[in-house]
Design a protein around this ligand. Structure first.
Ligand SMILES: C[S@@+](CC[C@H](N)C(=O)[O-])C[C@H]1O[C@@H](n2cnc3c(N)ncnc32)[C@H](O)[C@@H]1O
Length: 353
């Protein structure tokens, strides 16, 4: 493990100085962004932006007042966006192991607090290994949202990180994160390749291994928010990787003890009230669920709980209960993320559950 830490620290601390130094486009973000996120990014210092190596949009809706933890926060771009979204009452904690990245992130705390008009800071950065989060004295069950952007693939003991996340989240909280996933298990020989590993490719999990691991840890119903193919624009890498395909996937995993392994039908429905800032016309829960304002929509028990037992409770009317079970939720099927169309905005890619 120590070797992997050193190699990754070397890659993100010394080999890469800015996004332009990346050899492939795996650690870059291609998804479209809502305007309010673009505005928030425009307030972030240019040096922080230049050292951004994320692969997705890891900032869910309704963060006002939330306590957010960013795992592998790098130079701090997502933390400083979150700092604006959580507001003065919220708080953001970033964790990373690479000194150079932390140096950039910490250098601009005062700059950003001034820019956002905050009299006291609402962001802090901790140095540490994600496999050893318990050493950082973060309070258990204290975070509303854990985010992470293109990091888990770089970690050897991925299960340890998921378990720590689960322990740090409040009940009803969520892990909302983007990472690189592979279409099949990656041979160990490729994982030894320092460039392929550093570029967020050969440490990636096969997506179904990730989903099984998430369920075993207690995140029973992982939901894909968006999924988009990564086109590796590097001949060497393409040759070495052969037929393995990669996607950048954003998952949302709620910590809810009542979730079931499958989507079950209890005859329930919800109606979105249109009262989430930046999403007044409709709200995306995931790539399968778009809730148009005012329209009643049938949902399975798990989706109901993801709205009723979380920070979204005030944003919906809830119709029904769990008294009668009507069987499996109709139309509910397994849609592997590699078959899904990237979508967390605009028209939903798929309907139903
Ligand atoms: C691809 S970069 C992404 C950084 C940041 N999330 C962003 O979007 O710019 C991966 C980051 O994860 C950090 N990292 C990787 N493995 C780690 C580990 N085991 N513990 C702590 N940080 C880790 C690296 O230091 C690096 O800053």
């Amino acid at each position: 493990m120590a070797d992997v830490h050193l190699d990754v620290q070397d890659y993100y601390g010394k080999v890469l100085q800015t996004t332009d130094d990346l050899m492939t486009n795996a650690c870059t973000t291609s998804s479209a962004m809502p305007r309010y996120i673009k505005t928030a990014i425009s307030n972030v210092h240019e040096e922080v932006i230049s050292k951004y190596y994320g692969c997705g949009l890891t900032l869910p809706l309704r963060l006002e007042g939330a306590h957010v933890l960013d795992l592998g926060s790098g130079a701090g771009r997502d933390c400083y966006i979150a700092s604006q979204l959580v507001g003065k009452e919220g708080y953001v904690v970033g964790v990373d192991m690479t000194k150079e990245q932390l140096l950039t992130a910490r250098k601009y705390i005062d700059f950003h607090m001034d820019k956002f008009g905050y009299s006291k800071k609402n962001v802090e950065f901790h140095e540490g290994y994600l496999e050893e989060l318990s050493k950082l004295n973060l309070k258990g069950a204290s975070f509303d949202v854990v985010v992470s952007n293109c990091v888990l693939n770089l970690v050897k003991d991925k299960r340890a990180v998921l378990e720590a996340c689960f322990a740090l989240l409040k009940e009803g909280g969520e892990l909302y994160f983007s990472d690189v996933y592979a279409s099949r298990r990656i041979p160990e020989i490729l994982a030894q390749d320092k460039v392929l590993y550093g570029e967020c490719l050969s440490g990636a999990l096969y997506w179904n291994d990730f989903e099984q691991m998430a369920k075993q840890v207690g995140f029973f119903d992982p939901r894909v928010v968006s999924s988009s193919p990564i086109t590796i624009q590097n001949e060497d890498a393409i040759e070495k990787l052969g037929d393995i395909k990669f996607h950048s996937i954003t998952y949302r995993l709620f910590k809810l003890k009542d979730l079931e392994p499958d989507c079950e039908d209890f005859g329930q429905a919800v109606r979105y009230l249109g009262n989430i800032q930046h999403s007044e016309k409709g709200m995306f829960l995931d790539a399968h669920h778009y809730f148009e304002k005012g329209k009643i929509k049938a949902v399975c028990g798990n989706t109901w709980n993801m709205l009723f037992q979380t920070r979204f409770k005030e944003n919906f009317d809830f119709i029904g209960n769990f008294e009668t079970h009507y069987g499996i939720f109709e139309g509910c099927g397994k849609n592997p993320p590699f078959n899904q169309i990237a979508s967390n905005e605009g028209t939903p890619a798929l309907s139903c559950c």
